[in-house]
Design a protein around this ligand. Structure first.
Ligand code: AMP
Ligand code: TRP
Length: 339
């Protein structure tokens, strides 16, 4: 339950580290689009400061950030209805993150599975930024007093930590200042899996391009990747129970259902009994119909970077009307001398 004193506001972010995938689209962006409307104020962010917690070539980071902005807009984020920003343009994110570095505990960060996965065996050599990444993420959310955060399943632990940080801050300083944010992990595709291995998440950082569908892939590439997607040898079941222990089949059916906007049961009524050789072309047609127009729009938008930069400048201006007063209030609460 969100404390009633907070107006409903949505915040979410995506890292500009490589191309957007179908996982990002179904697990996050499509839902960002749906949340635009009278019910919420919506703020969506390209988290460039988070991306650099692992090495990024400066030239690639710049390009990926603009491409991500184009991907948001091409997928239906309206820069008038939503505030669309680049994290580094709104300095209050990083300023609040410092305060949260002093609220959060080392033990909390050590439990984060994303840190363990990304740091790998040699965690002593990981950047300090990668370690305290979740404190910056909590700051992204709480500098807006955001009440709802749509994300994929993999971000659940970070959102729990955000709630812990908000609660500890409120408790330590004896205030009711930060909301206890609600994660919004919904939809049929909160965890889209790799096309090469149904037990691994589809990820922009997977070395195999065949493991994912990128939002910039053209129709032929999308169809090829689906045709080559790993499957088992059985036909498709008519009931969801028949997908148990069949991770690749489950994944393709989930993707189909999410693209079609239909429940799994309904999809299986239609496709139950078919072989993958019959099902895959249907899935490819559906994916191409939804994604090809997005890919075309991304290309068009990225051909004019000045327009993208203008949208981001405007977004940052609007964002700072919210973030500046909140940071001032935080400084006051913790005992900084007023300027
Ligand atoms: P990232 O690409 O890690 O910055 O993720 C951006 C957003 O996309 C987050 O909300 C993730 O949870 C979501 N996301 C990333 N990969 C997937 C996936 N394979 N399935 C579902 N959601 C995903
Ligand atoms: N950590 C998120 C990811 O990797 C990206 C992110 C950064 C984010 N700040 C956020 C998501 C704030 C939601 C809210 O996907």
């Amino acid at each position: 339950m969100i404390q009633p004193s907070f107006a409903p506001r949505v915040f979410s972010g995506i890292q500009p580290s490589g191309e957007l995938t179908l996982g990002n689209y179904l697990g996050a962006i499509k839902r960002f689009v749906d949340m635009q409307g009278p019910e919420f104020e919506t703020v969506y962010c390209m988290v460039d400061l988070h991306a650099m917690t692992v090495w990024q070539e400066p030239h690639d980071l710049l390009k990926s950030t603009r491409e991500l902005c184009a991907g948001f807009i091409a997928s239906g984020i309206d820069p008038e209805r939503s505030i669309l920003i680049c994290q580094s343009h709104v300095p209050e994110h990083a300023q609040l993150a410092w305060i949260f570095n002093c609220v959060a505990r080392v033990g909390w960060m050590q439990r984060m599975t994303q840190f363990k996965d990304k740091a790998g065996k040699n965690s002593q050599r990981a950047s300090l930024g990668l370690f305290c990444y979740p404190a910056l993420m909590a700051a992204d959310i709480l500098i807006y007093h955001a009440t709802h955060v749509p994300v994929g399943e993999d971000q659940k632990q970070h959102l729990e930590l955000t709630r812990d940080i908000a609660a500890k801050f409120n408790h330590d300083y004896g205030v009711e200042f930060f909301p206890i944010t609600e994660p919004v992990i919904e939809g049929l595709a909160t965890r889209v899996m790799s096309l090469r291995d149904g037990t691994k998440k589809m990820s922009k950082s997977d070395p195999s391009d065949m493991s994912r569908i990128n939002l910039t892939d053209n129709s032929d590439t999308i169809a090829l990747k689906i045709r080559k997607a790993r499957t088992d040898t059985q036909s498709l079941p008519s009931e969801p129970d028949g997908l148990k222990e069949r991770p690749e089949a489950q994944n393709l059916v989930n993707i189909y259902a999410a693209l079609a906007g239909q429940p799994i049961e309904k999809v299986l009524e239609e496709i139950g009994g078919k072989q993958f050789s019959e099902f895959k072309p249907l899935l490819a047609d559906l994916a191409v119909a939804e994604l090809a127009p997005i890919s075309t729009k991304i290309k068009k938008l990225t051909s004019d970077t000045s327009e993208i930069d203008r949208i981001l400048r405007r977004g940052a201006e609007r964002a700072r009307h919210i973030t500046h007063p909140i940071l001032e209030r935080v400084y006051q609460i913790v005992g900084m001398v007023p300027k």
